[in-house]
Design a protein. Structure first.
Length: 667
């Protein structure tokens, strides 16, 4: 079963590779589709981690272009380390909180927002409640508990809004921590955030349903109190504009204010302003009256803990530790500036369109092939994600739109990588094909050197010791003159093929096919290469000359026969010629002598002749001297040797071979 499965996978892989090689357009489309599927799969498998990455990097737009202008409308009254050192550990007594509230009233504060839950009755509640009711406007906190395993119902929830049905609200809870009933008359808002997987607060539910009643977030309660709205009726609707948010929250008593929400009804926290832009004063300095009253007069104040020991700490893009009250300050500032960030309805369509644009660019880039594709695709794998990220930052900074960037970036990286692999596979296939073709025309080592070297116009050659075998088809010229070229080509092809098989069998290589002859090479000029060359020559005579070439030639022609010459000695091997047209050659006296010895086989009527240098290495083969001859074109006589006559194998082999005499041609 495993073998069959492996075989099927192998056939599928081979089919796919062949398809992409034959149809490169289909291959590129397949890779783009694969990248899209892989990107979607990664988003599903590692959604939380990838979303956290998208959020953290996407928030850099706020960090890099942070608004450092001083916020004059809102002041944070911090219960900090200095205050705790003087008044004691948190939580403070209600008397101390009443003193703080009274001091804020005396400073002319327009709105007090206490990020504090007064859950249990305590001494001093009457004084604190009186101070809150005498303020220009005030709001305190309650906490609907989301995603908790413990049942908590403390205090009394109040100040729900009307006009929004709980069926429209995604956030709901049956548990809560609220101020006790004595504070029922004081406006309240929830301070329950949505905690991301990395602990950061990026969203806050605008409304949370508890016992089928919707309660607003602290920032919304503060807006209604600060604007003096007595009607707590709201309208929650879906946006009709593709450039608008998924949902919109409106105050019926103040229709000019529209709060953008996501599909789940959450407000997106803006980190546009730098933490330093928020004014903060110590609570103990307010109580002691040692601060500049202009910092508080006619402002809204947020009263909350900032001391690290209290535990109300959250990470932000600016810092790993920031007080939770800063989140409330950011939401309030965004509402006052009418600059709440949101994800527009067209975000998914935009990301899809951007992905398609990237796919088209990558498809076109991969289609250029060559160096443009080889260098362009890696560059695109970097530049396209940067482009998507830059567009996201630009939309966030300029338009307060959070559109995202991760999927187009992930797709472009995957697609560019897969297309680059496809291009490398194509180049490798082409190079392999070129190399294989090259080795069919040149020796393997020569083909390898040429394939992996740059062309040049200089002589690239080296001296070497070689043993050479030159074999030629005698009477082939006359045969070619009398027979059709197709028949001559068939005979020559047969000769070259069988000769190459025999040479390789004996450890040699074909240096060149020249006319109707071959030149074979063995490295070295000692006994071993000489013996190999001699054995190859004997096999040629038996298998080609005696065994395959017909002894009944066409009428009027001499029979074809193989003539072989062997010699060894030094030579010069390498490439010569201009860079535009090089040739690989073997030069030297040894080459010339070998060719001339082969030519003497006709004159001496010997199928195989051996030069004196090679003959010295074959002394135990019983070679017979043929005398000393002045070879054509040379000045020094050379002694030639021939082996014992080879017994004819024509009759013996003819019984086992289906030999045919090709008919036709000129007579």
């Amino acid at each position: 079963m495993t073998t069959d499965h492996t075989s099927r996978l192998s056939r599928l892989k081979d089919s796919l590779v062949s398809t992409m090689r034959v149809m490169p357009r289909s291959g590129r489309l397949f890779m783009l589709g694969l990248a899209a599927a892989l990107g979607a799969g990664l988003m599903m498998l590692f959604g939380d981690s990838l979303n956290t990455l998208e959020q953290r990097l996407g928030e850099l737009g706020w960090v890099l272009r942070a608004d450092e202008s001083q916020e004059q409308r809102l002041t944070i009254v911090a219960i900090d380390e200095k205050s705790i050192a003087e008044l004691g550990a948190w939580p403070w007594s209600r008397v101390d909180m009443a003193r703080l509230t009274e001091a804020l009233n005396d400073s002319g504060v327009q709105l007090q927002i206490h990020d504090i839950v007064y859950s249990e009755p305590a001494e001093g509640d009457d004084r604190l409640l009186l101070a809150l009711t005498r303020s220009n406007a005030a709001a305190i906190a309650h906490v609907p508990v989301l995603q908790s395993d413990q049942a908590i119902r403390t205090g009394l929830l109040s100040h729900a809004v009307s006009g929004a049905a709980c069926q429209q609200i995604a956030a709901s809870s049956g548990d809560y921590l609220a101020p006790h009933s004595g504070f029922a008359s004081v406006a309240k808002g929830h301070i329950t955030p949505i905690i991301s997987s990395d602990g950061a607060v990026r969203k806050v539910p605008a409304l949370i349903c508890v016992d089928d009643r919707p309660y607003p977030a602290m920032a919304l309660t503060a807006m209604m109190q600060g604007l003096g709205l007595d009607n707590w009726s709201v309208t929650l609707s879906h946006s009709t504009s593709i450039f608008g948010p998924a949902r919109v929250l409106q105050f019926d008593a103040y229709p000019g204010l529209e709060v953008p929400l996501d599909e789940s009804g959450n407000m997106l926290v803006s980190y546009r302003k730098a933490p330093e832009s928020y004014q903060a004063v110590s609570a103990i300095d307010v109580i002691n009256g040692v601060i500049d009253q202009e910092l508080l007069a006619n402002t809204w104040v947020l009263v909350g803990a900032t001391a690290f020991g209290i535990g109300d700490i959250v990470p932000t893009p600016f810092s790993g530790v920031a007080p939770g009250i800063e989140i409330q300050a950011r939401i309030l500032t965004s509402l006052l500036d009418d600059a709440m960030p949101f994800t527009p309805r067209f975000a998914d369509q935009y990301l899809g369109l951007l992905t398609v644009v990237f796919a088209v660019l990558l498809f076109a880039l991969a289609g250029t092939r060559g160096r443009i594709a080889a260098y362009g695709l890696p560059a695109a794998a970097v530049l396209l994600p940067i482009s998507a990220f830059t567009l996201h930052l630009q939309m966030l900074i300029v338009n307060n739109l959070w559109i995202g960037w991760l999927y187009p970036s992930l797709f472009s990286m995957l697609a560019a990588s897969l297309l680059l692999l496809l291009e490398q596979r194509r180049l490798r296939s082409e190079r392999s094909r070129v190399y294989n073709n090259l080795t069919s025309y040149l020796p393997g080592d020569v083909a390898r050197k040429i394939a992996y070297s740059l062309p040049n116009s200089s002589i690239d050659a080296r001296r070497c010791d070689v043993t050479l075998l030159s074999a030629d088809l005698r009477n082939f010229s006359a045969f070619g003159e009398a027979r059709p070229p197709e028949e001559a080509a068939a005979v020559l092809h047969f000769f070259f093929t069988r000769a190459n098989e025999i040479v390789q069998r004996h450890g040699g290589r074909i240096q060149e096919f020249k006319g109707d002859g071959i030149l074979a090479v063995w490295d070295g000029q000692n006994a071993e290469p000489a013996r190999r060359a001699y054995s190859a020559a004997r096999d040629m005579l038996v298998e080609i000359d005696n065994g395959m070439l017909s002894e009944r030639p066409p009428s009027g022609l001499e029979p074809l026969a193989v003539g072989i010459g062997i010699e060894q000695g030094p030579a010069l091997a390498g490439s010569i010629g201009p860079a535009s047209r090089r040739t690989h050659t073997l030069l030297g006296d040894t080459v010339t002598v070998t060719f001339r010895i082969q030519e003497m086989t006709t004159d001496l009527a010997q199928p195989l002749l051996i030069g004196e240098c090679a003959a010295r290495q074959l002394s135990d083969f019983g070679l017979q001297s043929q005398g000393s001859f002045l070879l054509s074109g040379l000045r020094i006589p050379h002694c030639l040797f021939a082996p014992q006559p080879i017994a004819s194998a024509r009759g013996k082999l003819a019984e086992n071979l289906d030999l045919r005499v090709i008919k036709g041609g000129r007579k």
